[in-house]
Write a new protein. Structure first.
Length: 320
């Protein structure tokens, strides 16, 4: 992974949403690679452009960044379909291919429910079996050995512990993780689960993926970020331990995010970054101390995503 220009920083990546044309996403991803970012994740959020198409395009136009769809909802793909896409991406991206799978969000748009934790774990095992060469139909012989780095998305400690104990899982990804105290809890949970399963903790990642708005005007950044948090936060985090740890529930979050206020700022700072690059560097140091190994800065990045990527990369990362 690419280290920050300044010691004490975690590796840095970006996450792009499918609200922009594929060509623009490729251009932003290529810029991130030139600036030294480690990863380019692509949200698979309904009803935006499919992340798979963008991932293949980005993989073809880059050579160093890790790339792949994330927040892929288990309810939207049966294991064999997801395994085929994942193996095909690995053919193009090689060892750079990543796949982030979660229980899912926005399922109501297609009339689907999130699987239970036990159902989701069975799903992950079936997916791994297909990629590892399960000979029972539908065997995917061509896919064997073409396995992307698999991340499991969750904001709760229960699934974090179960997923971390699975040898084939390479990391835990937590959307909206920006509270160092909760990050420390998730890191400890994953580390202990990995140890109890006698799995090597080396190379296992805890990935924080906060929404992000880089701006010299912090008040402007908060105002711009609030609509994003209103749209996504409850969907991605739900009434999970992450909210309860902050002394919040869904109703209080929705109330707080109605408009700019002291309460809105208090909620936003726990789940997102907004402010200057200098403030970002300070907060990255804090989240890194808590055990986070990779931070993928998320949607919308800033008023101008290209400018935000350039300002962060130029200040904090070595050029490749």
């Amino acid at each position: 992974m690419t280290a920050g220009k300044h010691s004490g920083l975690p590796s840095l990546g970006i996450v792009l949403e499918g609200d922009r044309p594929h060509a623009e996403l490729v251009r932003l991803a290529s810029l991130a690679e030139r600036l030294g970012f480690d990863s380019v994740h692509l949200y698979e959020h309904l009803p935006h452009r499919p992340a798979w198409a963008s991932a293949f395009l980005v993989a073809r136009e880059t050579s160093m960044v890790r790339v792949g769809p994330v927040t892929v909802p288990a309810f939207a793909y049966v294991p064999v379909v997801l395994a085929r896409f994942a193996a095909a991406l690995s053919e193009v991206a090689g060892s750079r291919a990543v796949l982030g799978v979660s229980r899912g969000a926005f399922g109501e748009l297609i009339g689907r429910k999130r699987p239970s934790v036990s159902e989701f774990v069975a799903y992950l095992k079936a997916l791994n079996g297909l990629l590892a060469g399960d000979p029972s139909p539908p065997a995917l012989g061509w896919a064997v050995g073409k396995t992307p780095r698999l991340y499991v998305g969750t904001s709760g400690t229960r699934l974090c512990a179960i997923a971390a104990s699975l040898r084939f899982v390479s990391g835990i990804v937590v959307d909206n993780l920006w509270d160092p105290e909760y990050a420390r809890l998730m890191a400890t949970t994953a580390r202990e689960a990995r140890a109890s399963a006698s799995s090597d903790p080396e190379g296992f990642e805890l990935v924080a993926r906060p929404f992000c708005y880089v701006s010299e005007d912090r008040r402007e950044a908060l105002s711009a970020l609030l609509p994003v948090l209103r749209e996504y936060l409850v969907q991605l985090v739900g009434n999970s331990p992450m909210l309860r740890h902050a002394g919040l529930d869904v109703a209080s979050v929705e109330e707080a995010l109605r408009g700019p206020s002291d309460m809105a700022e208090e909620v936003a700072r726990r789940f997102a970054f907004f402010g200057t690059v200098e403030e970002l560097e300070q907060q990255l140091r804090e989240i890194s101390k808590s055990g986070v190994t990779l931070v993928c800065l998320g949607y919308p990045l800033g008023k101008d995503p290209e400018e935000a990527i350039r300002s962060v990369g130029s200040a904090l990362l070595p050029r490749r």
